[in-house]
Design a protein around this ligand. Structure first.
Ligand SMILES: Nc1ncnc2c1ncn2[C@@H]1O[C@H](COP(=O)(O)OP(=O)(O)OP(=O)(O)O)[C@@H](O)[C@H]1O
Ligand SMILES: O=c1[nH]c(=O)c2[nH+]cn([C@@H]3O[C@H](COP(=O)(O)O)[C@@H](O)[C@H]3O)c2[nH]1
Ligand SMILES: NC(=O)CC[C@H](N)C(=O)O
Ligand SMILES: [Mg+2]
Length: 519
């Protein structure tokens, strides 16, 4: 376990629990999210948090069998901050009262300070304008405070919107300080962690040292292979592991024939030029493209590719004496998603290419040095390790590559057209200085051909769709608001420069309801 000061977030299933963790990480506070049903008194003792935050959640504390925090939590002497359901559960467990009723508040609300309170303690710095803007999402509300608590702020439908028991260092709010729509939410969380004694010791410099020590401890004198895509995650993982164990590491870059224009050369050159890391360039295009022939179902595509990745890693691992470990760039969101509490079985939208099934089949043990980090932290670690900015700022690129940007059947022909169109689009974005503002951008080639007229001749070629989104973590996304001029210029360039495309559309679907990739 980390040697840093630790904060525990108990998850009651809120859609925005991850944001609590993000906000705290931004404050250089190390925290972990654990589902309420995995946290008991023994866990608390073992984890030894210096403070605890209780998340929101979909349940109602007024219902029998609704989730609770372990009662022992309130006797540990550590500061506790309850958010929404977390507030309600605190009141319920500490002797207050919560009621369901007709007092729902969804969206923006304003908190007024209670008599005699202008905001102090963890509410310091608030109410500058006489009221505090917050984001609410609740149907239940606290109707009676638990002994020891006093009210700090009220909203029209939540008379106990901000409450505190200063003596025990228990605080709670009915709204969500973790979302962007609560402008001073960060101030509240910062006040809370400073009050709890956090010094902000979670920095990438200390993380780097610790991660290196752990990798050495885990791997000993064995060998590690690392699937390297040239993406941020696997590049940072590879460089970090190399720093730890030097030439015990071999990277395997799989060219599955589904990469972007010149991508294979760029990745291989960049690694060979900048790092002295043994790198196998596995040219397996025939294997992948061959297996995908005639396949048009998106899930079948994904599963076919996922399995072939396994086969390829296995092939190269068996050629390396003593290769007992497989490294991958698993991030914290992947970890949380697989443990997080959910009210029912969740639906699989897409089988994200996942190397999680590897170890059993290959007999390889996993090395996952980034599994505690968010993407922005991985980028910060990459900078700390001195990776070239070109790699750190790269848009994410999915493991299955162009296969999921080519709805319907994949052919080499279509892939070539797609690669060229994608290169023009990205070139346009770079030329207009927009690359860093956009989270991810690409072209999808559509499985329809349309009629056009070029140079007085008839064309019957493919249509393509441009996709560019803004996002923080890929979980939700919005389309990027290009100017019409940019779109027009880009469409003209693609149609003029890329033989095989005669029509260009811009995808303005957000996620949800769409997803970022087309398949
Ligand atoms: N072409 C590839 N060759 C080898 N390994 C790959 C390839 N594509 C993906 N992987 C492996 O799958 C993992 C997950 O892919 P993913 O796209 O999520 O991460 P990434 O490519 O490292 O970063 P990014 O999310 O920025 O694209 C990678 O960390 C890498 O280990
Ligand atoms: O490594 C990956 N393997 C996959 O199978 C995969 N599918 C989607 N993505 C990437 O995940 C983010 C969200 O994508 P979606 O909105 O399409 O689900 C976007 O950044 C996608 O590019 C993948 N990455
Ligand atoms: N966002 C929340 O935590 C909601 C809590 C509870 N389900 C309510 O409706 O009041
Ligand atoms: Mg990638």
């Amino acid at each position: 376990m980390t040697q840093h000061q630790r904060l525990l977030i108990i998850d009651f299933g809120s859609q925005v629990t991850q944001l609590i963790a993000r906000r705290l990480r931004e404050l250089n506070v190390y925290c972990e999210i654990h589902p309420f049903n995995a946290v008991d008194d023994a866990f608390l003792k073992d984890f030894a948090p210096q403070a605890v935050i209780l998340s929101g959640g979909p349940a109602s504390v007024t219902q029998p069998d609704s989730p609770r925090a372990p009662q022992g939590l309130f006797g540990m002497g550590v500061p506790v901050f309850g958010i929404c359901y977390g507030q309600q559960v605190m009141m319920e467990q500490l002797g207050g009262r919560v009621e369901s009723g007709h007092h729902a508040e969804y969206g923006r609300a304003f908190i007024a300070p209670a008599e005699g309170h202008r905001g102090d303690g963890i509410f310091a710095g608030l109410f500058d304008t006489g009221r505090e803007e917050v984001w609410m999402s609740h149907g239940d509300r606290v109707t009676q405070l638990a002994p020891g608590f006093e009210v700090i702020g009220t909203s029209p439908n939540a008379p106990f919107a901000m409450i505190a028991d200063e003596a025990r260092r228990f605080f709670a709010v009915q709204f969500h300080p973790e979302v962007h729509h609560t402008p001073n939410g960060r101030t509240m969380l910062e006040n809370f962690v400073r009050m709890a004694g956090f010094t902000g010791d979670w920095t990438m410099a200390s993380y780097r040292q610790e991660a290196i020590r752990k990798i050495r401890e885990q791997v000993g004198d064995k060998r590690v292979i690392c699937g390297l895509s040239g993406g941020v995650d696997s590049s940072v993982a590879a460089v970090l592991i190399h720093e730890a164990i030097g030439d015990q590491l071999t990277c395997v870059f799989v060219d599955h024939g589904l990469l972007r224009l010149n991508e294979a050369e760029e990745v291989v050159t960049m690694f060979r030029d900048n790092y002295n890391i043994p790198l196998i360039h596995a040219d397996e295009a025939d294997l992948f493209i061959g297996a995908l022939e005639g396949v048009s179902d998106p899930e079948v595509k994904r599963k076919t590719i996922g399995k072939l990745f396994i086969d390829v890693f296995q092939k190269y691992a068996s050629g390396i004496e003593g290769a007992e470990y497989l490294a991958q760039g698993t991030l914290y969101p992947d970890v949380i998603e697989s443990v997080s509490f959910s009210g029912g079985p969740s639906v699989t939208i897409k089988s994200h290419h996942n190397v999680g099934g590897l170890p059993e089949k290959m007999g390889l043990k996993l090395v996952e040095p980034l599994r505690e980090l968010f993407k922005d932290e991985v980028r910060a670690l990459g900078r700390e390790l001195g990776l070239p900015e070109k790699f750190i700022g790269r848009h994410p690129f999915p493991g299955p590559g162009l296969a999921i940007r080519c709805p319907g059947e994949i052919t080499r022909d279509k892939l070539d057209i797609l690669r060229k169109a994608d290169a023009v689009f990205i070139d346009q974005i770079r030329k207009h200085g927009l690359y860093d503002e956009i989270w991810q951008a690409f072209v999808a080639i559509l499985p329809v051909r349309t009629v056009g007229v070029m140079g007085d001749g008839r064309t019957y070629d493919y249509a393509c769709a441009l996709r560019a989104v803004t996002s923080v973590d890929g979980m939700t996304a919005d389309y990027y608001p290009f100017s019409h001029q940019f779109l027009g210029e880009t469409a003209t360039r693609i149609i003029n420069e890329v033989k095989g495309i005669n029509r260009c559309t811009y995808d303005i679907t957000s996620k949800p309801p769409g997803t970022i990739e087309w398949e």
